[in-house]
Structure formats: C-alpha cells, structure tokens
Design a protein around this ligand. Structure first.
Ligand SMILES: [Ca+2]
Ligand SMILES: [Ca+2]
Ligand SMILES: [Ca+2]
Length: 193
C-alpha cells in the first residue's frame, strides 16, 4: 500500500510542478477538464460508461491488495490519499497562495482562515473508517467494485444530460456551467441571510 501513497505523492508533486509553470493560476474548471480528458481513454471527446468503469477498476485494484474483488478495512492505508476533488482544491489553493506570495502578500494570510493548504489537506483527508462507512452500502464490511464506483457513476449520470449513457465534451461543459450556477445561487443565498 506504500506504493499507492508514493504514487499519490508523486502525482501531487507532478501536478504542483505543472501548476507552477502556468503563468495564470489554474481554476477548478481546468482541473475538471483535465479529469474528463483522463477518463476519455480513446480521445474521442466522449466518455462512455465503459471508460468510466475502466478508471474505477484501476483505482479499485490499487486498494484491493489481495485481488479478491473486495476492499476490506485492513487493506486500506492508514494515511488515506486525498480524493481527486480534494486534491484539485488543494492544488488550486496552493496556486492562489503562491500568486499572493508573488504579489508580496504574506503567505496563508487570508480573512477568517489561518490554515495553510497543507493543513487544509490534512483536514480533508478521509480516515479509512470513514471511507468504509461511506462506501460500504450493504454493510458487509467490504467494499466491492460496484459500491466503490457508485459516487463516480452518480457524477457521470449527472453529466449525461440527454441520458444516452455517454458524456460528451459538450455535455460536460454544460454540466460544469450548471454546477457553477448552482454554486453561485447558493453563495448569493448565503449572502442575503
Ligand atoms: Ca471516449
Ligand atoms: Ca481484498
Ligand atoms: Ca459492501
């Protein structure tokens, strides 16, 4: 399982160095686009259900050490990797922190929060107990591929706007737009309160 942690660290380091090369800080939309491209194995601008499951299977196998098709608590690393979404958020935060630093502002100083991106990452890191509790829907203390892929499939279905079992690049852009509107709506509601 060390391999997985190393892998996660390396990926984070690689994406961090890629980020550093960007002149403009990268937004969450760009990161989401990258994730879409990664899922689109044959590069035809369409993510099929099969392509999605391929990715899910790959991740699943990393956790399922004895390859028996089920993840048990003991197979999970003590220090769980961040979810891709959390990783993207942290990368984004680091980007912004760097930009602020370059602009001469002291690092991590921000209204209301004194947490560094690294501290925030630790807070976002799931524990393995929480992971099991969340993923094991049928309560047999194991996570099978179907359970493991469920959150991914749920997101996929949200992106599949016309419901034909595929997410095209256009549908993906549209779902990003919808999410942005929803978030903005929420923020406005909060503001009005
Ligand atoms: Ca494809
Ligand atoms: Ca197993
Ligand atoms: Ca289960």
């Amino acid at each position: 399982m060390k391999k997985l942690i190393i892998f996660a660290t390396v990926t984070t380091a690689v994406s961090a160095s890629l980020l550093a090369q960007d002149a403009e800080p990268r937004g969450p939309r760009e990161s989401a686009r990258e994730a879409f491209q990664q899922l689109d194995v044959n590069n035809d601008q369409v993510v099929t259900h099969d392509e999605l499951m391929l990715e899910a299977q790959k991740k699943f196998t990393e956790f399922d050490q004895n390859k028996n098709g089920a993840i048990t608590l003991g197979e999970l690393p003590e220090r769980m990797p961040l979810s891709p979404r959390a990783e993207r958020r942290i990368a984004h935060m680091k980007d912004k922190a760097e930009a602020r630093e370059q602009a001469g502002a002291p690092r991590h100083e921000r209204r209301g929060t004194h947490m560094s991106p690294d501290e925030r990452a630790e807070k976002m890191r799931p524990t393995r107990i929480k992971f099991m509790a969340r993923m094991d829907k049928n309560g047999d203390e194991q996570v099978n591929l179907e359970e493991f892929a469920a959150p991914l499939v749920k997101r996929f279905k949200r992106g599949d706007i016309n419901g034909d079992g595929e997410v095209t690049a256009a549908e993906f852009e549209q779902s990003l737009e919808q999410r942005r509107h929803k978030r903005r709506g929420k923020a406005q509601k909060k503001h009005r309160r």
